[in-house]
Design a protein around this ligand. Structure first.
Ligand SMILES: C=C1C[C@]23C[C@@]1(O)CC[C@H]2[C@@]12CC[C@H](O)[C@@](C)(C(=O)O1)[C@H]2[C@@H]3C(=O)O
Ligand SMILES: O=C(O)CCC(=O)C(=O)O
Ligand SMILES: [Fe+2]
Length: 301
């Protein structure tokens, strides 16, 4: 498997007093979103201490017995494992996850005895949110010239964090940790450990992402692709299961409110206008019916 060096962007450029440096950094973000749909950021403003505290809390959470994770109302009853709709190995994900809306992150009732998890998750979600909005503003400003702003596209009410654990997989090497998919959001920020296993589609080939402990990974989601009229790319990615080591990751998903209408920032538009609610419902219906997501091609004009 070919290992790729994702575009690596040093976000300290955005704070430079030299406008040229700031513009060059913004341009690198937009170029990577269009050429790769994926990039890594360093000097992203989230401290290594917060990241390692979050990872520790994540490990403790997943070490909890299955019955507690699955039944005690933990994290808004958001525990999932495997793929409930899978009918064959290629639709199955060898992983477990908590999928928690930002609106619930600070709610005491979601945490039971996990009090330090609540404190750390709240701080982590706020830091990831700030970074996601910063990147989305740059990407929107690059194309919309004041017609649209991130604030009338994205909304905190629907953003969420997904805590993933990929257990050691003792069966076939053909099994996915996470099935190939694109994300149904505007933009995702991923904090992964050093185990590796994430692969993405580049020039019609799967390439493996080499973990970098100082970097967070950013990828464009379907809604940014639709809004940008295919300028930014929502790229297919997957996680390979590992027969020797478990793996952890956390993804932050930046989403619009359910009723906001996603239309293209340019004419002629490639896609029909749709609301995020319509998009989500269509994805869920397709997953139920076919075992996999169809996504944006459903909305082509
Ligand atoms: C089985 C699936 C769940 C998922 C849609 C999919 O077909 C494959 C990708 C999954 C994913 C990953 C990112 C987001 O968490 C998510 C909401 C999305 O858009 O794609 C989930 C979907 C889901 O959990 O419904
Ligand atoms: O764990 C990873 O590396 C990727 C997770 C992912 O793609 C997702 O949660 O949507
Ligand atoms: Fe994903």
């Amino acid at each position: 498997m070919e290992e790729c060096q994702l575009p690596l962007i040093d976000l300290s450029g955005l704070n430079s007093h030299d406008q040229k440096e700031t513009n060059a950094c913004a341009a690198a973000i937009c170029r990577a979103s269009s050429e790769w749909g994926f990039f890594q950021v360093v000097n992203h403003g989230i401290s290594p201490e917060l990241l390692s505290k979050m990872r520790r809390e994540q490990e403790l959470l997943f070490q909890t017995p299955f019955e507690i994770k699955a039944t005690c109302g933990l994290l808004n009853n958001s525990y999932r494992w495997g793929s409930p709709t899978a009918t064959c190995p290629k639709h199955f994900s060898w992983s477990e996850a908590f999928h928690i809306p930002l609106t619930k992150i600070n709610e005491q009732a979601c945490y039971g005895d996990f009090t330090s998890l609540r404190v750390v998750m709240t701080e982590f979600a706020a830091a990831m949110s700030k970074l996601a909005w910063l990147l989305a503003r740059i990407l929107v400003d690059n194309l919309s010239h004041q017609r649209d702003t991130v604030d009338n596209i994205c909304h905190e009410s629907t953003c969420f964090l997904r805590l993933n654990r990929y257990p050691v997989c003792p069966i076939s090497a053909e099994i996915f940790g996470f099935v190939p998919h694109t994300d149904s959001d505007f933009l995702t920020i991923l904090y992964q450990d050093q185990v590796g296993g994430l692969q993405l589609m580049k020039d019609s080939k799967w390439v493996a992402v080499k973990p970098n402990q100082d970097a967070l990974i950013v990828n464009i989601g379907d809604l940014f692709q639709a809004w940008s009229n295919d300028i930014y790319k929502s790229v297919e990615h997957k996680v390979i299961a590992n027969g020797k080591k478990e793996r952890y990751s956390i993804a932050y998903f930046l989403c619009p409110s359910y009723d906001s209408l996603i239309g293209s920032c340019k004419e002629p538009s490639i896609y029909q206008k749709f609301t995020f609610r319509e998009y989500r419902n269509q994805v869920q219906e397709d997953v139920k019916k076919n075992g996999h997501k169809i996504g944006l091609p459903r909305f082509l004009l």
